[in-house]
Design a protein around this ligand. Structure first.
Ligand code: GAP
Length: 444
């Protein structure tokens, strides 16, 4: 399949089955903003829950935080975002399209008389590059004046830095320790696209690990390996994952070293997580701009220092896209085509679907009871419409790991069939042991 075909199919499945919808679609949509439907919201919650379990609840040395989106505007001066969070932008004076100056479709330097616009083809219509800040601005309070400007945060990390002392004191942690947060971030991207890959509103899962200066390189290596392992544990195919070390030109203004974790999307290898060695840049800058001491005092030695930070930053939406691309399969079963999402069971929006084979002879009543029992353990679904084959296909497309069918034999011996989404193997299980049976297989 050509890469564009795969993306077209995925976008169409995502809409049809209720994973992802275009924002404000009935008004023609809003550029690169997306809404998550009933299955998508479950998938994204499962991704975030798994991250939170691994990064906060299963570690003694990381605390959670939920800082507000709006922050004091000085935060963004200190962080360097007002001065440095910019992209060079080129306008076409003829067709009014905008491009990043490094857009590979631009043949020749923008602003030169014979460089052609990649959309309308006119020559000499592209402006010279201008720097464009990617932060969204709004106003706090009733007056729209410069003094009231606040920004929608372009990363969650700054909420962690400004709360570093609060968390340290409240939790009585000792260095090295981390603070983790999941939350929305906003960037007025010039060239967004590729579905939910680059959007203007998205969610980040970020962790800032505070360490003693001199130990940051070791922790940087530790976290890059740990984060790669996390993606592999999600079931993402190993051959579709790789590291990319940033060259000097690629490094963000705050980083001394950085690795991207890349996935091979249908449109090529791209970053979906960044692991950054941010040195003491952030805390030193906040100390300088706020006038508040952000030093750590080591109790044993009374030594004082501004901690260095190793950051892990992954997009929840980009992870959802990577996971969906990785799970999407088309195959032939008994001469019929089926589309199946081979999602890791922990990520699957629905864990088991229950079907009465026919809508008579007490089967729907039995199946409904079973469905209610299962719902107490995990997200389940009941479906009694259409042929059993069609019902299986619908759940295959939703990525549901197990299909449970109540049939004639159920009413005689109390067993049901359990169909495995991936192997298609069916086994008979006693209905009164079904919950335990499925829980075990989901955890395997
Ligand atoms: N605090 C560091 C930071 O924000 P980043 O590399 O700019 O680093 C981290 O972003 C992650 O956030 C990316 O790897 C990606 O998964 C996600 N991300 C960034 N911009 C995005 C966008 N416009 N749309 C969707 N996800 C985005």
């Amino acid at each position: 399949m050509a890469p564009t075909d795969v993306m077209d199919k995925l976008v169409s499945l995502a809409k049809r089955r209720g994973f992802v919808f275009q924002s404000s679609e009935i008004y023609g949509g809003l550029g690169s903003v997306w809404d998550y439907g009933p299955l998508g919201v479950e998938l994204k919650r499962n991704i975030k829950d798994r991250w939170w379990r691994a990064m906060v609840q299963q570690r003694d040395d990381i605390e959670g935080l939920d800082a507000a989106i709006l922050m004091h505007p000085k935060v963004w001066e200190a962080s360097g975002h007002i001065a440095g969070f910019t992209d060079p932008l080129v306008d076409c004076k003829q067709c009014k399209n905008r491009f990043r100056a490094d857009d590979e479709r631009l043949k020749g330097p923008p602003g030169a008389p014979d460089t052609a616009c990649p959309v309308c083809g006119n020559r000499g219509t592209l402006t010279a590059p201008r720097m464009f800040n990617l932060m969204f601005k709004t106003f706090m309070g009733p007056v729209e004046e410069a003094a009231a400007v606040v920004y929608l945060r372009p990363e969650t990390a700054q909420g962690i830095y400004v709360n570093y002392l609060n968390v340290l004191q409240a939790s009585r942690q000792k260095i090295p320790f981390g603070i983790a947060q999941i939350g929305k971030a906003f960037r007025n991207e010039i060239t967004p696209g590729n579905f939910i890959f680059r959007t203007r509103e998205f969610e980040q899962m970020e962790m800032q690990f505070f360490v003693k200066p001199g130990t940051e390189d070791e922790w940087f290596e530790f976290w890059r390996a740990a984060r790669m392992q996390w993606h592999q544990d999600l079931g993402v195919r190993q051959e579709k994952l790789r590291f990319h070390a940033h060259t000097k030109d690629e490094l963000a203004h705050y980083a001394k070293a950085a690795y991207d974790i890349e996935y091979e999307f249908p449109f090529g290898w791209h970053e979906f997580e960044g692991v950054h060695n941010r040195t003491d840049f952030d805390l030193s800058r906040h100390q300088q701009f706020s006038g508040k001491k952000l030093e750590y005092v080591e109790t044993a030695t009374n030594e004082r220092f501004v901690p260095c930070v190793v950051e892990t930053s992954v997009g929840a939406d980009r992870t959802a896209l990577a996971v969906l691309c990785d799970a999407y399969h088309e195959e032939e079963v008994a001469g019929e085509k089926r589309v199946v999402l081979r999602l890791h069971p922990s990520l699957a929006p629905v864990k088991a679907a229950v079907f009465p084979l026919v809508n008579k002879e007490g089967m729907p009543e039995f199946a409904r009871r079973l469905y209610h029992d299962l719902r107490a353990r995990f997200n389940a679904f009941y479906d009694d419409s259409g042929s059993i084959g069609r019902r299986y296909r619908r759940q295959d497309e939703a990525g549901t790991p197990f299909g449970v069918t109540v049939d004639g034999q159920t009413l005689q011996d109390g067993t049901v069939t359990v169909r495995d989404r991936d192997t298609l193997v069916q086994v008979r299980v006693a209905a009164d042991q079904l919950g335990g049976h499925l829980s075990e297989r989901l955890a395997a």
